[in-house]
Design a protein around this ligand. Structure first.
Ligand code: GDP
Ligand code: MG
Length: 192
C-alpha cells in the first residue's frame, strides 16, 4: 500500500458534490513543527517547493474512497494567532480530527495525548473520528517515539493510528482515506 501517494493526483479531484451532500470538516491538531501544514498541503495538492511558514489555511477537496466521493474541508488553523478562542473553536467545529506528533519529538507525542484529552472533554458525549498520526518516519536515526508506543497510545485513547512521512508522501493518502472511512462508519451506524 506504499504506492498509495503516487496516485494522489488522479484520485484527488477538485471539489464537487458529495454523494450524501455533506462537506466534512476535518481539523488538524498538534504541536508546532510536527508537520501539520506539510500534510495539509499534500492533501490540498499544493506544491511545497517553498517551505512556507503560513498558518491559517483551509483546503477544500473531494476524494474518492471506496468508489464513493467524499468532500472534505481540512482546517490547518490550530496555530493561527494562537488564541484561546480559536483553539476552543477548533475543538468544537470538527466532524473529525487528525492529531499529529513527530516521531522525532517525544514532547510532541505527549502534547498529542493532552490534545486528545482536551478533545474528549470538549466533546464528551460524541463519538468523533480521530486519527493519531506519527509523522516524519523518514528521520529514522532521530526517532524518539516507537511505532509500538504510538499504537499503544491510540488504543488507550480509542482512536486510529498511522505513521506518515510528509517529506516522502508516505501514507498520506492512506491517512485521508482513513479519516473518510471513519466518518462513514459513524454516519452509517447513525442511519441504522
Ligand atoms: P506544522 O508547524 O505542524 O505546520 O509543521 P510544518 O508542516 O510547517 O513542518 C515543520 C518542519 O518539518 C518543516 O521544515 C517541514 O519541512 C518539516 N517536515 C514536515 N513533515 C516532515 C516529514 O515527514 N519528514 C521530515 N524529514 N520533515 C518534515
Ligand atoms: Mg503549520
Amino acid at each position: 500500500r506504499d504506492s498509495c501517494m503516487s496516485d494522489s493526483s488522479d484520485s484527488v479531484i477538485s471539489s464537487g458534490s458529495d454523494s450524501d451532500g455533506h462537506i466534512y470538516k476535518v481539523v488538524l491538531l498538534g504541536e508546532h513543527g510536527v508537520g501539520k501544514s506539510s500534510l495539509a498541503r499534500i492533501f490540498g495538492g499544493v506544491e511545497d517547493s517553498h517551505d512556507s511558514e503560513e498558518t491559517g489555511n483551509t483546503y477544500d477537496r473531494s476524494i474518492i474512497v471506496d468508489e464513493e466521493e467524499a468532500n472534505l474541508l481540512l482546517y490547518d488553523i490550530w496555530e493561527q494567532d494562537n488564541s484561546q478562542w480559536l483553539q476552543d473553536q477548533c475543538m468544537r467545529m470538527g466532524d473529525a480530527y487528525i492529531i499529529v506528533y513527530s516521531v522525532t519529538d517525544k514532547s510532541s507525542f505527549e502534547k498529542a495525548s493532552e490534545l486528545r484529552i482536551q478533545l474528549r472533554r470538549a466533546r464528551q458525549s460524541e463519538n468523533i473520528p480521530i486519527i493519531l498520526v506519527g509523522n516524519k518516519t523518514d528521520l529514522v536515526r532521530s526517532r524518539e517515539v516507537s511505532v509500538d508506543e504510538g499504537s499503544a497510545c491510540a488504543v488507550v485513547f480509542d482512536c486510529k493510528f498511522i505513521e506518515t512521512s510528509a517529506s516522502l508522501h508516505h501514507n498520506v493518502r492512506t491517512l485521508f482515506e482513513g479519516i473518510v472511512r471513519q466518518i462513514r462508519l459513524r454516519r452509517d451506524s447513525r442511519e441504522e
